[in-house]
Unconditional design. Structure first.
Length: 181
């Protein structure tokens, strides 16, 4: 497992510090907004499970969660094959503040598709928060209010991110050795 990692890009320590900061940013923005209401978190499975668990504990608001599954990298593919959404959004998003949470912004099609779907439910606001964003045009041009780290265009695993559904449990984020792919 750990031996398959080529290079650690972001340590667990750095991740944890940055999530503290993201929490402060979101609290600042949503405190006013949510005085009269709750926040609905929409984590995108499976990659965001660890991130959302840490992030939500930085948010003291009244919160509901409705997970949604999206897959664009079936099996061992490392290029997006188009987004498949599965599961249903939480009912009753009307007039609610919705925060989409994902692990990484790459082609942007996942966040765009979910934003579009949520917008049809007449929420009061929709925002997105990702831990990582690749510094490529498709990602940089996708509307996203909160970004943990901008990273180079490399395939990364750990802290929820997978390759072929493995490596999600690594506490740091890193790249894989060629032999492991
Ligand atoms: P997008 O729709 O292309 O922005 O893809 C986002 C989804 O693809 C993320 O939720 C991840 O699950 C997956 N993904 C994109 N890049 C990586 C990566 O470098 N490692 C692992 N998963 C990735
Ligand atoms: Mg994902």
């Amino acid at each position: 497992m750990q031996g398959d990692i080529e290079k650690i890009l972001i340590t667990r320590q750095k991740i944890s510090e940055r999530i503290g900061e993201l929490g402060r940013e979101i609290r600042r923005d949503l405190d006013d907004l949510s005085r009269d209401g709750e926040i609905v978190l929409v984590p995108i499975l499976t990659g965001s499970i660890i991130f959302v668990a840490d992030l939500m504990r930085e948010l003291p608001h009244k919160i509901r969660i409705g997970v949604i599954a999206a897959s664009s990298y079936p099996g061992k593919s490392m290029q997006s094959k188009g987004v498949q959404l599965a599961g249903s959004l939480p009912a009753d998003l009307a007039d609610k503040h919705v925060l989409i949470v994902d692990d990484i912004l790459d082609s942007g099609s996942t966040i765009r598709a979910i934003r579009k779907e949520i917008a049809t439910r007449h929420p009061r606001s929709v925002r997105a928060c990702v831990l990582l964003r690749k510094t490529i045009p498709s990602a940089m041009q996708t509307p996203c209010e909160y970004v943990g780290f901008d990273i180079p265009d490399e395939f990364v695993v750990g802290y929820g991110l997978d390759y072929d559904n493995y490596y999600r449990n690594l506490p740091d984020i890193g790249t894989l050795k060629k032999e492991a792919m």
